[in-house]
Design a binder for this molecule. Structure first.
Ligand SMILES: Cc1ncc(COP(=O)(O)O)c(C=O)c1O
Length: 404
């Protein structure tokens, strides 16, 4: 069950909102920063997963860098205190404006995804009288055994440069006086659960590819293995901290690196998912012909992952647990939102404590790719961030019937 230290204050907050457990988040950040220091593997948080300012301040204060995919993410990262030299800029469709923004900030590396982009980044560097630090994103053609929507390292994916173009890429970067070779970057997909096996395979493939580039005359000073570490969506309380130790150890044991080479990783989901929950209130318990619906006040505009990927999130009745303990029996519900789409469903046939209007429901493990993907669809307002240690500052639930 979701941990709530001050339940009374929690109940005064207007729903829906994203609830961030700051204690868990800080422990996660400390764990990763500690592992980074011990292993020398540099961490760049992939801030597309969650761009909450406070969470990013906590990460940057621990010396963690940032992996960005837009000009505005780069500027936001700087505002959160990330060292510009530890900011990488990836993405298959960088605009001229964004490339210029990145030069202005003085980022650590452009992660370049195609031969066409090498030419453009080099050309903009020439016009600005600068040198572009360039990492080549490689498509290693590895299946990470995850959802096809979040697989990124196969030939059929739009990301990265495949082995058929390696020689041309080397010739282009070495032949351009406005490009400084930074290294190679890999990212094979997200929500990888078979970490030891998949990352070992990734490292073996990376070892071969690095050797191939160096044999072609391109010195690989930096090896970036991307993100992808998965989290336990089924039982977030059993595994609140993802398997960072196994991830770092598998890399340390399997990646061949010389002392003059630096290794980088770009975790997104694993740093933030378990610390965030979407909190919503039951509006109606509707008895359909064949199903019982729990209509809640959060919708797919607040959390689109179930509709977009069929993603599973654990759903809990917080009120029943904190107010009635084990007294309420269980019922089976489809938990649905108010948006005018049949896909606006957080979970079908979920077993929950018997629920009533006004009960608070937690949709767990929603800290990654949740709030950042929210929209105003149906002209609905955005759910704000609420922090476990600052509940008193959160927007208050209104009483619309005062004086009634
Ligand atoms: C290049 C790159 N790095 C890192 C990440 C973060 O991945 P994850 O959130 O799975 O750790 C992504 C996700 O799409 C990515 O494309």
């Amino acid at each position: 069950m979701l941990k709530i230290d001050d339940y009374a204050a929690f109940c005064r907050v207007a729903t829906p909102f994203y609830y961030y457990d700051i204690d868990l988040f800080t422990r996660t950040a400390d764990l990763v920063a500690g592992l980074s220091e011990r292993t020398g593997i540099q961490v760049h948080y992939s801030l597309k997963a969650n761009s909450d300012h406070r969470l990013n301040d906590i990460l940057s204060a621990r010396g963690i860098g940032a992996d960005c995919v837009s000009g505005d993410e780069i500027e936001f990262a700087v505002g959160c205190g990330y060292d510009p030299k530890k900011i990488f800029f990836a993405g298959v469709g960088k605009t001229d404006k964004e490339i210029c923004q990145a030069f202005q900030v003085g980022i650590g590396a452009f992660v370049v995804e195609s031969l066409e982009e090498i030419e453009i980044v080099g050309d903009i560097a020439r016009r600005l009288g600068r040198k572009a630090p360039v990492s080549l994103r490689i498509n290693p053609n590895i299946d990470p055994h995850t959802h096809h929507y979040i697989t990124t390292g196969l030939y059929e994916d739009k990301f990265g440069i495949s082995d058929r173009s390696f020689d041309e890429a080397v010739a282009m970067v070495l032949g351009n006086p406005y490009i400084d070779v930074f290294g190679l970057q890999f990212h094979i997909g997200s929500q990888i659960m078979e970490v030891a096996d998949v990352v070992k395979l990734e490292c073996e493939k990376v070892n071969d590819i690095v050797a191939r580039f160096e044999a072609a005359g391109m010195e690989v000073k930096n090896i970036d293995l991307g993100g992808g570490l998965g989290v336990d969506y089924d039982e977030p309380d059993d595994n609140p901290l993802p398997d960072f130790e196994v991830w770092f150890k598998t890399i340390a044991d399997n990646l061949k690196r010389r002392p003059d080479q630096t290794v980088h990783v770009e975790p997104g989901r694993s740093l933030v998912a378990q610390s965030g929950s979407l909190i919503t209130e039951v509006l109606y318990v509707k008895k359909g012909e064949n199903r019982r619906f729990l209509m809640v006040d959060a919708g797919m505009n607040d959390l689109i992952r179930p509709a977009l990927y069929g993603a599973y999130h654990k759903i809990e009745n917080v009120t029943a647990f904190y107010e009635d303990g084990p007294k309420r029996e269980n019922r089976v519900y489809d938990v649905v939102g108010p948006v005018c789409e049949s896909a606006d469903c957080f979970g079908k046939e979920r077993v929950l404590a018997k629920s009533r209007r006004g009960d608070r429901i937690a949709i767990r493990s929603a800290g990654a790719y949740g709030q950042v993907m929210a929209s105003h669809y149906n002209m609905r307002p955005l759910a704000p961030s609420v922090y476990s240690d600052r509940l008193a500052e959160a927007p208050r639930k209104k009483d619309y019937f005062i004086g009634e």
